[in-house]
Design a protein around this ligand. Structure first.
Ligand code: HEM
Length: 205
């Protein structure tokens, strides 16, 4: 009974943490506290939240390996879906506020602005992952599901590229996100297997 309750609390905490930025933005919109450029505030708020949750999703596997507990993996899907929802809201804001729903303007931006090309490519890669995140799709796709979901790695690099490309002056914040991402991706390289292989070879010689 205990572990189920613990997982439930963790899930509730994850939902609360993921919903908080949306609630804060909604409150600021309602109370008229979005600053001098409300569209920019909304786009930046949704974009940075999407990126943070995407990185949190990628942190779940290392966390599972470090703690030896199953809960991080149980939270991974929830986090991934929240990241995708924020991305869709972020994209929708840009389509409505910046482009006034003009598809020709979207085409123009995709060709002319590298950061839009990178953000859009990230979104395109992550959309099928969200759509196939259910148990049913996991069963249907079998081993291909794992390969498909590895698209999260290039997608996260594209998201960081999007942020780096769009900042004009201080690149510190996007570089911090890139640093975190590189650590999370580096963790997945087979270091431990190599180390074990080298140590094994040393003990047998
Ligand atoms: C779907 C295609 C996307 C479009 C068209 C798009 C568009 C934009 C625009 C117009 C801005 C504001 C740029 C400015 O300040 O001049 C922005 C900022 C941002 N976007 Fe995107 N974006 C897309 C996808 C994404 C994705 C997938 C992520 C992350 C997973 C993301 C993360 C960010 C971040 C972190 C910022 C900057 C936030 C800040 O300055 O604090 N975007 N995006």
């Amino acid at each position: 009974m205990r572990p189920i309750r613990f997982t439930l609390w963790l899930k509730l905490a994850a939902w609360a943490l993921c919903l908080y930025p949306a609630a804060a933005l909604a409150w600021r919109t309602y109370s008229g506290h979005l600053g001098a450029n409300p569209v920019e505030t909304l786009e930046h708020g949704s974009g940075s939240t999407a990126l943070r949750i995407l990185l949190a999703t990628l942190a779940m596997t290392p966390l599972r390996q470090l703690t030896g507990r199953p809960e991080p993996i149980q939270l991974r899907r929830t986090l991934g879906l929240f990241a995708c929802v924020y991305m869709c809201v972020h994209f929708a804001m840009y389509l409505v506020f910046d482009l006034e729903l003009s598809l020709p303007k979207l085409g123009e931006d995709l060709v002319k602005r590298t950061y839009i090309t990178l953000g859009f490519s990230c979104w395109l890669l992550l959309l099928p992952l969200a759509l196939t995140s259910t148990d049913g799709w996991q069963r249907r796709l079998k081993r291909r599901w794992k390969s498909l979901h590895r698209l999260i790695y290039p997608a996260a690099l594209l998201a960081c590229g999007h942020f780096i490309w769009l900042v004009k002056k201080d690149e510190t914040e996007p570089m911090i996100y890139l640093g975190v991402l590189l650590v999370l991706l580096g963790w997945r390289l087979p270091w431990r297997r190599w180390a074990r292989g080298i140590l094994g070879a040393q003990t047998t010689t």
